[in-house]
Design a binder for this molecule. Structure first.
Ligand code: EPU
Length: 417
C-alpha cells in the first residue's frame, strides 16, 4: 500500500495543465461499443478508472491500446455481454455499458453496483428508462439482465437529474427506432461532451446541456474521433489549492464556462479569480472569508467540489454552512479534517464549519476520490507533515497529482507503507 506525505505550509505558484476529464472519458469510451471499427479518443487521462475501462472493454471483446494520450478501441464482433461484479464494484461507472450493449447487441448483463462510500447510488432510473424503451429487465443473482430485439424511442422523465442515467439512455437511444425525449435530464458539461461525440459518430442528439435532450435513433453509427474535454473538477481542485495556500496559480485548460459556481464561491471567499485566454488564474486571499455552499446538479455547485471547499472553509474567518444535496453520505472527510484541527459538526445533510486559524498535519485516511483531494489540500495548508493512506482512491481520478503539485512548489512524496 502506498501513502502520500505532504510537508505543508508552502505557497503554491506557477502554471499547471489540467488533464482530460475522467467523467467525460468514461462514457465516451463505452460509447465506442455502439459502432464497429477503430475508434480514436484523444486526451484520455491515465487513471485507475481508465485502466478499469480497458479491462472491461477487453473482457467484452474489444481491442484497446494507447499511443501517448490517444486511446484506440477496436470494436469488432463482441464476444461477451457481461460486466462482471469484480469490475463494477471497483468502478460504478461500468454500468454505462448497459445502454450501448443493449442497443447494439440486444442484450446486456451488468452486475448491480450496490452502495459505495458516498451513498446508496441506485440505478433504478437507468433501468426505468430502458424499460420505457422496450427492454425487458430482470434481476438474476445480483446481475441486471436486459433484453430487447430493438429498443424504441420513448418520452422519459427523470425523477431526479442523473448524470449516468442521462448518459446511458442517450447512448441507448442513439441506435433505437424512433425518437427519445429525456426530460429533467442532467445538464453537466460531460453530457454535452458525450452528445458531441455521439453526433460525430452519426447520432442525432439535440439539447444536451439543457433539461430536455432529444435523440433521434439511427440504424448504425461510425467510429469515433474525439478529444476529451478538460477536467473541470481537477481544475477546481487546483483553484482551491491556490486559495488555501495563499498562492497564485494559472490553471491551464480550465474553462470558466464549466466552473461558474466554483469561481463565484472562490471570489466570495476572497480569492482573486482572473479568467484568462485558455485558462483561469487564482490568487489566494490573505484570510479566507466564510462562504455557504449548497451542492446541486449543474449549473449549481458541484458535489465533486464539496470536500475540497470544506478544506478551504475550515480555515475561514467565520462560520460556513455546507449543504450536501446530491449524495446522502458525502461527509466522510469531516472526521479526517477534525484530526487536523478543523472545527466541523454535521447534522444530516448539513455541515457547520467554524473556521480555525490553522490546521496541523496528522496521519489521515482517504475514503473516496474527492475526500482524498480534500485531504491533500488540507495537508498543503497545514503546519508540518500530513500522511494520507489509501491513496488508491486518488489515483482513480487525478493524473500525476503529486508531480503536478510539486511543480507548483509543493513538497509531496509517495512512499510504500
Ligand atoms: N440516483 C438515483 N437513481 C438512479 C441514478 C441516480 O436515485 O438511477 C441518485 C443518486 O443516488 C444520487 C443522484 O441521483 O443521489 C445523482 O446521481 P448521478 O446519477 O447524477 O451520479 P452518477 O452518474 O452516479 C456522476 C459522477 C460522479 C458525480 C455525480 C454527480 C461519473 C462517472 N460520476 O455520478 O462523480 O459525483 O455524477 O455529479 O460521471 C467523482 O468523480 O468523484 C464522482 C463521484
Amino acid at each position: 500500500m502506498e501513502k502520500i506525505i505532504i510537508h505543508g505550509g508552502r505557497r503554491l505558484r506557477g502554471e499547471v495543465r489540467v488533464s482530460g476529464a475522467k467523467n467525460a472519458a468514461l462514457p465516451l469510451l463505452f460509447a465506442t461499443l455502439l459502432a464497429p471499427g477503430v475508434h480514436r479518443v484523444d486526451n484520455v487521462p491515465r487513471l485507475r478508472d481508465i485502466a478499469t475501462v480497458e479491462k472491461l472493454l477487453s473482457t467484452l471483446g474489444a481491442g484497446v491500446s494507447w499511443r501517448d494520450d490517444l486511446f484506440e478501441v477496436e470494436v469488432g464482433e463482441l464476444r461477451e455481454v457481461e460486466a462482471p461484479y469484480d469490475l463494477v464494484r471497483t468502478m460504478r461507472a461500468s454500468v454505462l455499458v448497459l445502454g450501448p450493449l443493449l442497443a447494439r447487441l440486444g442484450q446486456a448483463r451488468v452486475s448491480l453496483p450496490g452502495g459505495c462510500a458516498i451513498g446508496a447510488r441506485p440505478i433504478n432510473l437507468h433501468l426505468k428508462g430502458l424499460e420505457a424503451m422496450g427492454a425487458r429487465i430482470t434481476l438474476d443473482h445480483g446481475y441486471v439482465e436486459a433484453r430487447a430485439k430493438r429498443l424504441h424511442g420513448a418520452r422519459i422523465y427523470f425523477d431526479i437529474p442523473t448524470v449516468g442515467g442521462t448518459e446511458n439512455l442517450m447512448m441507448a437511444a442513439s441506435l433505437a427506432k424512433g425518437t427519445t425525449v429525456l426530460e429533467n435530464a442532467a445538464c453537466e458539461p460531460e453530457i454535452v461532451d458525450l452528445a458531441e461525440a455521439l453526433n460525430k459518430m452519426g447520432a442525432r442528439v439535440e439539447g444536451a446541456g439543457t433539461e430536455t435532450v432529444t435523440i433521434e435513433g439511427v440504424d448504425e453509427l461510425r467510429p469515433l474521433r474525439h478529444t476529451v474535454m478538460a477536467d473541470r473538477i481537477e481544475a477546481g481542485t487546483f483553484m482551491v489549492a491556490a486559495a488555501i495556500t495563499r498562492g497564485d496559480i494559472r490553471v491551464e485548460g480550465a474553462d470558466p464556462a464549466h466552473l461558474g459556481a466554483v469561481i463565484s464561491k472562490l471570489r466570495e471567499a476572497g480569492a482573486e479569480v482572473i479568467e484568462e485566454q485558455g485558462g483561469v488564474r487564482v490568487r489566494g486571499p490573505r484570510r479566507v472569508l466564510p462562504v455557504d455552499i449548497k451542492t446541486i446538479p449543474h449549473p449549481g455547485f458541484p458535489t465533486d467540489m464539496q470536500a475540497q471547499f470544506m478544506a478551504l472553509m475550515s480555515l475561514g474567518s467565520g462560520t460556513s454552512i455546507i449543504n450536501e444535496n446530491v449524495f446522502e453520505n458525502r461527509f466522510m472527510h469531516v472526521c479526517e479534517l477534525q484530526r487536523m484541527g478543523a472545527d466541523i459538526s454535521i447534522e444530516g445533510h448539513m455541515a457547520t464549519v467554524k473556521g480555525v486559524r490553522g490546521l496541523l498535519g496528522a496521519p489521515v485516511m482517504a475514503t473516496d476520490l474527492r475526500a482524498s483531494a480534500c485531504l491533500i489540500l488540507a495537508g498543503l495548508a497545514a503546519e508540518n507533515t500530513t500522511e494520507i493512506s489509501r491513496v488508491y482512491h486518488l489515483d482513480r481520478g487525478y493524473e500525476r497529482i503529486e508531480e503536478k503539485f510539486n511543480s507548483l512548489g509543493a513538497a509531496i512524496e509517495r512512499v510504500r507503507e
